[in-house]
Ligand binder design. Sequence first.
Ligand SMILES: NC(=O)c1ccc[n+]([C@@H]2O[C@H](COP(=O)([O-])OP(=O)(O)OC[C@H]3O[C@@H](n4cnc5c(N)ncnc54)[C@H](OP(=O)(O)O)[C@@H]3O)[C@@H](O)[C@H]2O)c1
Length: 369
Amino acid sequence: MEPLPSSSPLPRVCVTGGGGFIASWLVKLLLSRGYAVHATVRDPCDPKNAFLKQLDGAQENLRLFKANMLDYDTLTAPFAGCEGVFHVASPVPEGKLVDPEASASSILLLGKTCLTVTDLVPHTTVQKEMMTPTIEGTRNVLKACSAMNVKKFIQVSSVAAAVYNPGWPQGKVRDESSWSDKEFCRENEIWYALAKTEAEEIALEYGKKNGLQVISLCPGVVFGPLLQHMVLNTTSKVLVYIIKGGPDTMTNKSWPIVDVRDVADALLLLYNKAGSSERYLCSLDLLDMKDLLEILKNMYPNYSYADKIVDADYRIEMTSHRLKNLGWKPRKLEETLAHSVESYEEAGFLQVSEPCRLPFLFLVPTVQE
Ligand SMILES: NC(=O)c1ccc[n+]([C@@H]2O[C@H](COP(=O)([O-])OP(=O)(O)OC[C@H]3O[C@@H](n4cnc5c(N)ncnc54)[C@H](OP(=O)(O)O)[C@@H]3O)[C@@H](O)[C@H]2O)c1
């Protein structure tokens, strides 16, 4: 793809991890709204990223950059000339993050006097696959934003950074003031939530100290149609598992579902309307797993569906009123589900012959309130 001329009059922004499920919908939205878009991908030659070049407007206004969040030097070129950066890239691991050397790694820490949260988790798979890319990746991106004179930084966090706090008053609806308790996450090995909480805190703090306008969005569980049909992201695998069924047991807990296109809308809305250091939760009303299954079965009676579901005395209420007050209008759940299923059918992900397992992230223990 030809580089964009640096004199291009369009507003210019960068999206990290542009080939991902959420990021690719954001790239598509930005192109449709007249932005010149820089998107980072780890491997521009990977066939799974080829779809980006087919998006409307991509030939003229999208430029791909090879970058790894762990390599600061790869981040300055994609941010050059950009007014804003949407930091979406971060791992959403599918399998269990194992920790075979935890005791050995804690011995290594004994000589340190000032421990950070990345020191406090095992220096093994957890560190390498989750904590370091999420936390150090965010630090690198923030530093590169400052170096390249970027003005606005939108951090994609998660409701996982907001709901794992057993100290939250019972029955009180969670809003943006609710943060996950990092020590609780570490003790219960909820590494994804720990990493997202730490990264979001770092970003908001960095913005205050360094004059960068930082805004964070905490989406719920994101479903919706896929723009690329070669690989499934982790949360789409969850919905495919629910539809196809398999050997794993699910918990009948409530889910904060949100459509991937509504997440992209929310990110652009924040970019244009939110103030500095603001945080926004982003999901529809919560839905129990069994209710979700009922809706799907009524819409598509011919699939086999997950049938191993245990009841859980667990419900977290949260509100996205702050985002709605800014003008966010999410679509109805039925539309999200219909478009997800159509997209999976088209890509062949619902074929019976493909074995199916529930991603580990969705087997994490529930918080007792
Ligand atoms: N899906 C959800 O339900 C959900 C909910 C709340 C928040 N989020 C957040 O939304 C973001 C995107 O998630 P997604 O669901 O769209 O997942 P995804 O499709 O798996 O996207 C993750 C992206 O991060 C990139 N990435 C991972 N490690 C990287 C590194 N070291 N350097 C550069 N890129 C790296 C991946 O690149 P490769 O393609 O090269 O692997 C991929 O593009 C994440 O920050 C996630 O925490 C997701």
